[in-house]
Design a protein around this ligand. Structure first.
Ligand SMILES: CC(C)(COP(=O)(O)OP(=O)(O)OC[C@H]1O[C@@H](n2cnc3c(N)ncnc32)[C@H](O)[C@@H]1OP(=O)(O)O)[C@@H](O)C(=O)NCCC(=O)NCCS
Length: 182
C-alpha cells in the first residue's frame, strides 16, 4: 500500500512556494542507508549502527514505513515491531522527518499509514512508544495520533535515566495509546 499526499501550500512573500509532494509506503533494503542519515541528522534520536537500519528494512518492513519525495528518496521514516509477548501492540521504535519536510503532516501520516497497514493483517489494539520528557514535538505528534483514533494516552517511566550506561541520558517515558479500533 502506497499513499500519495500533496502538502498544503505555503506562501512566502508574494510567490507561493511549490507544495512538496510525497508518498508513504513500505521500506526497502535500499532505503536503510538514508534512514540511518535521517536518524543521524534528526538531532534528537539515538543513532544506531547503519547495519541495524539495513536489517530493519529487510526483517521489519511489515511494521515500518517511509515517506518518499518525488524522486523516491526517503524524507521520513517510522520503524516499529509487534511486541513478542503482546502481538496486538505495535511498538514504535523511531520516527524522524527531514528538517526541510517538517510541519507538513508527514509524521502523522506515517503513523496512520503504518498502524492501518498492520491492522489490515492482524488485530492491533495499542501503539506504544517512548519519549524523553523534553521532546515536545513528539508529545504533540503522538497526542494528535491518539485524538484522531479516539484513544487514551497513559504514561509510565519505562527506562529511568540511571538504567543507561552513559550519564546524562534522559528517562524514556512509555506512552501507551489504547484502545485502538480500525
Ligand atoms: C517529531 C517529528 C517526527 C515530527 O515530524 P513532522 O512531520 O514535522 O510532524 P507533523 O507535521 O506530522 O506534526 C504532527 C503533530 O506534531 C506537532 N508538531 C510537529 N513538530 C512540532 C514542534 N517542533 N513543536 C511542537 N509541535 C510540533 C504538529 O503541530 C502536529 O500536531 P497537531 O496535529 O496537533 O497540529 C520531527 O520533528 C522530527 O523528525 N524530529 C526529530 C526526531 C524526533 O524527535 N523523533 C521523535 C522521537 S520519539
Amino acid at each position: 500500500m502506497t499513499t500519495a499526499h500533496t502538502a498544503p501550500e505555503h506562501v512566502r512573500g508574494a510567490a507561493p512556494a511549490p507544495a512538496p509532494r510525497w508518498t508513504v509506503g513500505r521500506p526497502r533494503v535500499g532505503d536503510g542507508a538514508q534512514l540511518w542519515r535521517l536518524a543521524r541528522e534528526s538531532g534528537t534520536l539515538d543513532v544506531n549502527s547503519s547495519y541495524s537500519y539495513l536489517l530493519w528494512c529487510r526483517d521489519f518492513a511489515d511494521t515500518s514505513a517511509v515517506a518518499r519525495a518525488e524522486d523516491g528518496r526517503p524524507v521520513g521514516f517510522v520503524t516499529g515491531y509487534l511486541r513478542p509477548d503482546a502481538p496486538g501492540t505495535l511498538l514504535v521504535w523511531q520516527i524522524a522527518v527531514d528538517a526541510a519536510y517538517r510541519g507538513l503532516g508527514i509524521a502523522g501520516a506515517l503513523l496512520d499509514h503504518l498502524s492501518e497497514r498492520v491492522a489490515g493483517t492482524q488485530p492491533l489494539d495499542a501503539v506504544e512508544t517512548t519519549i524523553t520528557p523534553d521532546n515536545e514535538a513528539s508529545e504533540r505528534l503522538f497526542g494528535a495520533y491518539a485524538r484522531r483514533h479516539g484513544a487514551r494516552v497513559s504514561r509510565t517511566v519505562l527506562f529511568p535515566s540511571a538504567a543507561f550506561p552513559a550519564p546524562g541520558h534522559e528517562a524514556e517515558v512509555l506512552h501507551r495509546i489504547a484502545p485502538l479500533a480500525f
